[in-house]
Design a protein around this ligand. Structure first.
Ligand code: COA
Length: 504
């Protein structure tokens, strides 16, 4: 029965199988599940639900913190369970259904979902399924490796199922800081004034009577899928770290920089790894996800403290953290994603934010979500929460995709997630464009001069020169602005081979 995991004795008779818990979910419900970038997701109920739906079809609206591990999004969407999904996903199978118009996907800023729920602007959560380390004497839920939206889902839902994961050490208690903003119109300032400040409580306080089922599991989180740094990501890290060093020398940043935010993924991980060899110290993070690189920086002593909403780690790093929780609990705090990503706090702390673009255009607009302006990749995630409010908003991308058939620097992006107004610095493996204080024509010169792959540089310079001849504050040739994307669809490559042949 694990009394140390269910410390409120009267809840112990709520223990049930995953199948019985899944039976509490009925057709048409809105279900809020824990899980943020593969961390702290539910390991049993989603799979029992999919199994049931294969016999007796049903559909739900599924909300989470962000992406799920263990292929849960694939299993649920393949079983036809997911009718509507928010606010983020990274699963290839679900992505296919979203792009076929079969699943309605709401691509939201990660800080906003629970605000919309709280203000009744989207359908209420009927039932929450939350992974926990344990339930306290008061019936409060201690999360595991992520907080995400779990606190507000549990508070706002009519019923709550708790998945207690026995593979999660009890020592996780004390890692989390649960703070729920006061309701409008009497909202008070969120009192985070330093990354290591704790402003809430260590567990999610709810009325224990709402807990209708408790399921035991013992699967660890899915390990991170981040690839090791390669030549290009190392070059990007080198350009960015060199730039930050110059900012310190110029007196615009201190040697501990400003609190860092880095998006999940290979490039962001490589950039943070690059800081291990840097002269900066006493670094801090105020981010949404901690990756291996953040843990390595804490271990090296180069980083003093890291605040986030989840930890998404490789197997080896995960085991290291779980075995040394006392060390990490004095250096890490996990918060609800609305606080880790809150525009008010991001602006107050003055973050250096590092996020990844699919494509950028010559004026600094960034597309992070839509291939060819139509096909959803993952979603905007937290990148907008951070970029819009940053002290310095950096976007990184490799200059080429698909073996060089695609230039990530184009005349005009086919979808805008981050406007030119929210983008300060763009970095590719070829160099860095510092766009601060530049007008559109100056930005174009910096981006073309520093960031484009040489195979596309002349082609992009030609476009810009022709656009400037026509004039405008932000010169464009509207009839040619998407010609590169159309050429790639038609010929398989954005390269204008005819123009190159004529030039030769
Ligand atoms: N056109 C078409 N496809 C492109 C492309 C472009 N301009 N640029 C990259 N891609 C493809 C890559 O080829 C790759 O495809 P594959 O999966 O078939 O190999 C895929 O996009 C991912 O690109 P990759 O270079 O491996 O980078 P990544 O894994 O770091 O992902 C984003 C890049 C933009 C998709 C990802 O960072 C993202 O979803 N960002 C938005 C959310 C976010 O920023 N969150 C931040 C807070 S966590």
């Amino acid at each position: 029965m694990h009394p140390e995991r269910i410390r409120l004795a009267r809840l112990r008779d709520k223990v049930m199988s995953a199948q019985d818990a899944a039976a509490l979910i009925t057709d048409g419900m809105t279900v809020g599940m824990s899980g943020f970038t593969r961390a702290g997701d539910c390991k049993a109920v989603p799979f029992a639900l999919a199994e049931r739906a294969r016999q007796h079809p049903l559909q739900i609206t599924l909300m989470t913190g962000a992406s799920l591990g263990h292929d849960a999004d694939k299993v649920l969407s393949d079983a036809g369970v997911t009718a509507r999904r928010m606010p983020f996903q990274v699963d290839a199978s679900l992505r296919k259904r979203i792009n076929a118009g079969e699943v309605m996907f709401l691509d939201q800023h990660l800080s906003e979902t629970v605000e919309l729920l709280r203000n009744k602007q989207i359908a209420p959560v009927d039932l929450a399924v939350i992974e926990a380390t344990c339930i306290t004497e008061d019936g409060a839920i201690v999360p595991t490796t992520s907080v995400g939206n779990s606190a507000s889902f549990a508070i706002l839902a009519k019923q709550v199922i708790v998945e207690i994961n026995l593979s999660m050490p009890l020592g996780l208690e004390g890692l989390h800081d649960i703070y729920i903003p006061t309701y409008r119109p009497h909202r008070q300032p969120i009192p985070v004034t330093a990354v290591d400040e704790r402003i809430g409580s260590p567990a999610i306080a709810i009325d224990p009577a709402k807990i209708v089922g408790i399921v035991f599991t013992d699967r660890p989180d899915s390990p991170s899928t981040v690839l090791p740094p390669d030549t290009e990501t190392e070059a990007i890290a080198g350009h960015l770290n060199g730039f930050l060093l110059r900012e310190v020398k110029a007196g615009r940043l201190s040697p501990s920089l400003q609190p860092l935010q880095a998006g999940i993924g290979t490039i962001a991980n490589a950039v943070l790894h690059g800081l291990l060899e840097s002269p900066f110290d006493n670094l801090t993070m105020y981010s949404e996800v901690l990756q291996d690189s953040s843990i390595d920086l804490l271990d090296s002593g180069r980083m003093a403290f890291a605040s986030a909403s989840s930890m998404t780690l490789s197997k080896a790093c995960y085991e290291r953290v779980m075995a040394n929780l006392d060390f990490y609990k004095s250096r890490i705090v996990l918060r609800p994603q609305e606080i880790s990503n809150h525009p008010e706090v991001v602006r107050r702390l003055g973050l250096i934010t590092i996020n990844t673009a699919l494509e950028v255009d010559i004026y600094g607009n960034v597309n992070s979500t839509h291939v060819n302006g139509t096909q959803m990749m993952n979603g905007i995630g937290g990148s907008g929460d951070f970029a819009r409010n940053a002290h310095m908003s950096v976007f990184v991308t490799k200059s080429l995709a698909k073996g060089g058939a695609i230039s990530s620097v184009v005349p005009m992006v086919t979808h805008v997630d981050h406007t030119e107004h929210d983008v300060d610095v763009i970095v590719t493996e070829h160099g860095l464009a510092d766009l601060r204080g530049l007008a559109p024509r100056e930005r174009a010169a910096a981006i073309i001069g520093n960031c484009v792959d040489p195979s596309y540089r002349e082609q992009l310079a030609d476009y810009f020169r022709a656009a400037c001849r026509r004039g405008g504050h932000t010169p464009h040739l509207l009839e040619e602005a998407f010609a590169w994307h159309l050429r790639q669809q038609r010929t398989g490559s954005m390269l204008d081979k005819t123009a190159q042949a004529v030039a030769a």
